[in-house]
Ligand binder design. Structure first.
Ligand SMILES: C[S@@+](CC[C@H](N)C(=O)[O-])C[C@H]1O[C@@H](n2cnc3c(N)ncnc32)[C@H](O)[C@@H]1O
Length: 310
């Protein structure tokens, strides 16, 4: 069963964990390095013996460092969420904005968890000053006992994984992380996609993409990069140009546009690797035109991306 982390984020790779695991089966004893760990869902499911997990967002790193040090526990999380959840109900949601102001002043990781699980669409978004700015997602009894238990179980599961390996968390830019890799590491990169959602911790430019490619190629460590390949309207041109020295695996997903189940669009995701994996093809031999962009009317059987619901 997939371990779902307590923190949510747009672009979370929960549905891709098994696919990524399949690419790593022949690399069991390497240190796992993630310069863009986000929620950590990939590492926490692959459970490498040793890992260096980094992100440019300090709040994510502080939260997992808190779990690692024992400062954040399932029981502590429970009493915090119960107490603040009751205040939220009592104030008809106004308490959310009190916590948001408090978090933007002091950056407490439990406030971060509270906001992350009560905000609109589970979005993680920060304004140009680095302040969390997502509004409240109104729901009766927002922190119902079943949800609090679920979140606390998620904290326990992550604590167990972190405690059973040699894990290091670092708040740093990807260039710094890639400067620390060893030749024997396996690097998994899931950077923001160019042209998608942008905020204080999530802008991504062409020069970032070029630097990522150059730094990954520098010391010979094996790497895997997640990216998008094609949707109905656009093709990711960097795959056949910048990443043409890689091998590629692709997979189709569907996502919703608007609320209607019938409004589904196909998007092809890609894993780019500097090594051969089972079923992979050199990028230069990969035929983009052969990709199936149809949306089968199967009532949702293939549906992997749903519009996030809070
Ligand atoms: C697509 S998300 C990663 C999602 C993650 N794989 C998951 O499944 O939860 C991209 C992450 O990169 C981080 N990030 C963006 N720009 C960065 C940079 N220049 N250096 C390091 N991390 C960065 C963001 O904070 C975000 O957490």
């Amino acid at each position: 069963m997939t371990l779902v982390p307590p923190i949510k984020q747009q672009g979370i790779k929960t549905k891709l964990v098994d696919w990524i695991r399949g690419v790593c089966v022949d690399q069991p004893r390497r240190r796992w390095v993630e310069p863009f760990m986000g929620t950590g869902v990939v590492a926490f499911n692959l459970r490498p013996r040793a890992a260096l997990l980094c992100d440019g967002n300090p709040h994510v790193i502080r939260f997992y460092e808190g779990i690692q040090s024992g400062g954040i526990t399932a029981e502590g999380g429970r009493s915090f969420l119960v107490r603040e959840g009751e205040e939220l109900s009592r104030t008809d949601g106004r308490h959310y904005y009190f916590i948001r102001d408090r978090f933007n002043e002091a950056g407490d990781p439990l406030d971060f968890l509270f906001l992350n699980r009560a905000c609109f669409n589970g979005l993680m978004r920060f304004n140009r000053d680095g302040g969390f700015n997502v509004p409240f997602c109104r729901k009766p009894n927002r922190f119902a006992p079943a949800l609090v238990t679920k979140i606390c179980n998620q904290i326990s599961a992550v604590a167990h994984v972190i405690g059973s390996g040699d894990y290091e968390f670092k708040h740093q830019e990807f260039r710094q992380t890639l400067g620390e890799v060893r030749k024997t590491d396996l690097i998994y990169c899931d950077p923001p996609y160019i042209g998608r959602h942008v905020d204080y911790f999530n802008s991504w430019s062409e020069s970032d993409e070029f630097d990522l490619h150059a730094l990954l190629g520098r010391n010979g460590a094996r790497y895997i990069v997640s990216t998008w390949l094609r949707n109905r309207y656009r093709v990711n041109g960097y795959v056949h140009s910048l990443w043409s020295d890689c091998s590629i695996l692709t997979r189709r997903h569907f996502y919703h546009v608007g609320a209607r189940e019938s409004n589904r669009n196909a998007v092809h995701e890609a894993l780019l690797m500097n090594f051969e994996a089972a079923g992979s093809t050199p990028v230069g031999e990969f035929n983009m035109d052969a990709l199936d962009m149809s949306t089968p009317g199967d009532g949702g059987r293939d549906l992997e991306f749903r519009q996030a619901a809070c």
